[in-house]
Design a protein around this ligand. Structure first.
Ligand code: FEO
Length: 391
């Protein structure tokens, strides 16, 4: 079955129903690798698919045209879920002309060898296909240095690769076929885990897009946007600006239940102040699901037991992940129990400060918290709540 975004622009991607771990990010609903054919008098393929899915892409192309008719391959982004079929494409079509951004030139050679012939295109460059005009705009660090978007002018179709993606495998191809309520949670998780560190670059890209009319957005993962574009752009803008909601997130792990008791008392403090709060124990939870919650939360309260004078391993993994994602502008507090050596909370404070958060307090309790110690935990929850309201 042909899937047309507009007349002469087709989806020829692949559906990965069974992927559950995408370089560490949990993909409970699978994903798609979206590639597109743009057919003027000449034909361009925009992006490819992850290498094992080459056959699926080729079959979809074959339903539309003979692959030999493709003259150009446009590489919007080098990461191998999109460029992975490039070597196979070159075997099938040895004379194909490959276009990429200036930053992608070196990266593609570093992935596939120096002999690969490339034509570099920069922001504003145009490829005339005859009846279809493609314009390229570099969007560095959304989310790799090489990233660019391709815009089909006559049809007002934007092909922005990873931007606006969601990891959803589905038989539906368009946003209106699944609905905003179904897509939004995966859009959120995707932004939180993939795009969050690059808010300023996203804002620049959104600014650049304001000058062009867009009727369809075909990202490289998930559903194609045609109905919810205004909501999509507004949502991305809010995230990129670091806008948060008056919600708190308590994330912790525990050895003998002490840090968990502290988490419970902190939760009481926050909720007694009326702050919607979610709690996750890291053992048994999924970090990429928690980070999805962090995208919209204004406060993070992170707790660790002290193990061998350091941070408990699951909490250390989480704070390292959060440090890389740089969810700036949130407020934070750290807490935990210890036996005879302190120090774990200091490490967490350093990580969260490096992530761009303001750490209000560290609270530690020796061995088991009860009585006054639990009151202090509840007080911490209350103070964070009051500070959230003031910010
Ligand atoms: Fe979907 Fe950055 O690759």
């Amino acid at each position: 079955m042909r899937v047309a975004l507009k007349s002469g622009i087709y989806w020829v991607g692949a559906i990965d129903w069974n992927i559950r771990n995408f370089h560490g990010y949990s993909t409970h609903k699978g994903t798609t690798y979206n590639a597109y054919l743009v057919m003027g008098k000449k034909i361009a393929l925009v992006d490819t698919v992850k290498a094992p899915f080459y056959g699926e892409m080729l079959e979809r192309i074959n339903h539309i045209i003979a692959p030999e008719e493709i003259e150009y391959l446009i590489v919007n982004h080098v990461e191998m879920d999109h460029s992975g079929s490039l070597p196979r494409i070159r075997e099938t079509l040895p004379r194909i002309k490959i276009l990429c951004s200036p930053r992608a030139e070196g990266e593609l050679k570093e992935h596939y060898g120096d002999e690969i012939p490339l034509k570099v295109v920069k922001t504003g460059d145009v490829l005339e296909l005859g009846g279809k005009t493609l314009t390229f705009v570099e969007v560095p660090m959304v989310h790799w240095p090489d990233s660019m978007v391709t815009y089909a002018k006559e049809d007002k179709v934007l092909l922005p690769n990873d931007a606006f993606g969601q990891h959803i495998a589905a038989s539906e191809r368009f946003d209106d076929e699944l609905g905003w309520e179904v897509i939004h949670p995966e859009l959120t998780k995707y932004y939180a885990n993939i795009v969050m560190p690059y808010g300023p670059q996203v804002l620049k890209a959104l600014e650049a897009l304001k000058g062009i009319e867009v009727e369809v957005i075909g990202p490289s993962h998930g559903l194609i946007w045609r109905k919810y574009i205004p909501q999509l752009l507004a949502t991305y803008e809010g995230w990129a600006k670091g806008e948060t909601e008056e919600k708190a997130l308590i994330v912790y792990d525990t050895m003998w239940g002490s840090t968990e008791k502290m988490a419970g008392a902190i939760y009481s403090g926050l909720t007694k102040e009326g702050i919607p709060t979610k709690m996750y124990r890291l053992t048994g939870s999924d970090m990429s699901d928690i980070v999805k919650e962090l995208l919209e939360a204004r406060a993070l309260l992170l707790g660790t037991p002290t193990l061998n004078t350091g941070v408990f391993p699951s909490v250390a993994a989480f704070s390292t992940y959060v440090k890389g994602l740089r969810p700036k502008g949130r407020i934070a507090a750290v807490f935990g129990s210890y036996g005879w050596g302190k120090g774990a909370t200091k490490t967490l404070t350093t990580d969260l400060q490096a992530a761009g958060m303001e750490v209000l307090e560290e609270l530690q309790v020796k061995f088991v918290p009860f009585g006054e110690a639990l009151d202090k935990c509840e007080g911490l929850g209350r103070r964070v709540a009051q500070r959230m309201r003031a910010s």
